[in-house]
Design a protein around this ligand. Structure first.
Ligand SMILES: Nc1ncnc2c1ncn2[C@@H]1O[C@H](COP(=O)(O)OP(=O)(O)OP(=O)(O)O)[C@@H](O)[C@H]1O
Length: 368
């Protein structure tokens, strides 16, 4: 029962991987709850979310090592798994790479890479050589894994996973065992290789920075559901809710009540479109968007883009390397806010400064 994709509009390209309404429950609790997404060939989709939100379970169902309770998995427009029909894992042409990737210690690097391949001995050796050249490790083809560094072993694992030309690559926190410097290089190498091979990648991570770096598309997950799906820029700049803002950075929150489609705050009025009068809202913005000015006695006039400036006292200032973090208390209301500024800016505790909030950097959500 291998069907054709009926859902995608005619003429639109067929996704390499499509999951529709996947559900998985343990003991009555839905840990994956109606998850749908697509991954195109040569593209990377990141499943991003906090620990326990259902990322790995989703991946395991696609790999075929776990059965869903409901929903369908399609590859290149063909159904490969629903609740009655199931292509076995080894026939799905899906490559796997996990954090605790294990190379076979008793096999050479070349034999590790050739392990999942079919064909003659010479053909297998040739493909292993090709893949090892791509990850710049051909010289280790006859060495054993334990003579390689952690990063080199990871690249061998990548070469091994990609050698059989999987149509889809599922990666679960594959870079988390590596130190930062090594990680950036291997990430870039991995992306380049997978784009060249036109592989569709579904990568699980709980690190927003990793997702922003690697993904063409981010599926932000929480409590088993995809709460937002989109390009990294869109997910970051148009977050679905307060938690989506907070997942990517620290936040400042101003509470207010809507009156006449406006929310009144110490920084003046904010437009609150779509929120009926009387709604309690939260105005959320990132610390890097709080504007700081010197207090020259006469506060500048309110502007439509930044509202009314508010006087604030510095409570703490710390240098974090490439930016400084300043913590403030608003004089009038006692509200605490944080600002980050590039480089070194360390005003003394007690200094009075003026703060402004650019309206185009704020998100207004109903208070939850
Ligand atoms: N076999 C299982 N039996 C019961 N509960 C399970 C099982 N596997 C996973 N869970 C639960 O399902 C939820 C989702 O787990 P999952 O591993 O998919 O999350 P995750 O987002 O990948 O988390 P992490 O980033 O920590 O790996 C968790 O609460 C977990 O405890």
């Amino acid at each position: 029962m291998v069907g054709n994709d009926k859902v995608n509009a005619p003429g639109s390209p067929t996704p390499r991987l499509e999951i529709r309404n996947l559900v998985r429950a343990y003991g009555g609790r839905r840990v994956v709850d109606d998850v749908s997404l697509t991954v195109m060939p040569g593209q990377v989709t990141c499943l991003l979310g906090p620990s326990g939100c259902g990322k790995s379970t989703t991946l395991r169902m696609i790999a075929g090592v776990e059965m869903q309770d409901a929903g369908e998995i399609w590859v290149d427009g063909n159904l490969i798994c629903d609740t009655v029909f199931r292509v076995p894992p080894e026939r799905r042409q899906i490559g796997l790479m996990f954090q605790d990737f294990a190379l076979f210690p008793h096999l050479t690097v070349g034999a590790n890479v050739a392990f999942g391949l079919t064909g003659s001995k010479a053909e297998k050796r040739e493909r292993a050589e090709e893949m090892l050249s791509r990850v710049h490790l051909k010289r280790f083809i006859d060495a054993y894994p334990d003579s390689l560094s952690g990063g080199e072993q990871q690249r061998v694992a990548l070469a091994r996973a990609l050698a059989p030309r999987p149509r889809i690559m599922l990666m679960d926190e594959p870079f988390s065992g590596l130190d930062n410097r090594l990680r950036d290089g291997i990430r870039d190498e991995t992306l380049a290789l997978m784009r060249e091979e036109d592989t569709a990648v579904l990568l699980v991570t709980h690190e927003p920075e990793e997702a922003m770096r690697m993904a063409d598309q981010i599926a932000l997950m929480r409590d088993g559901r995809v709460v937002q799906l989109g390009a990294p820029y869109n997910v970051y700049t148009r977050p679905a809710d307060k938690a989506a803002v907070a997942f990517f950075s620290d936040t400042n929150v101003l509470k207010a009540k809507v009156e006449g489609a406006l929310a009144m705050t110490p920084f003046g009025r904010f437009l609150a479109p779509g929120h009926p009068d009387g709604t309690e809202v939260e105005i959320v913005f990132r610390p890097q968007h709080l504007r700081i000015d010197f207090d020259r006695g006469m506060p500048p006039a309110p502007t439509p883009t930044e509202g009314t400036p508010a006087r604030a006292e510095v409570e703490r200032a710390r240098f974090l390397g490439n930016e400084s973090l300043i913590e403030f208390k608003l004089v009038e209301t006692g509200i605490r806010l944080k600002a980050t500024v590039p480089n070194v800016f360390l005003p003394k505790v007690g200094t009075m400064l003026l703060l402004r909030v650019p309206r185009d950097r704020c998100f207004v959500f109903e208070a939850g």
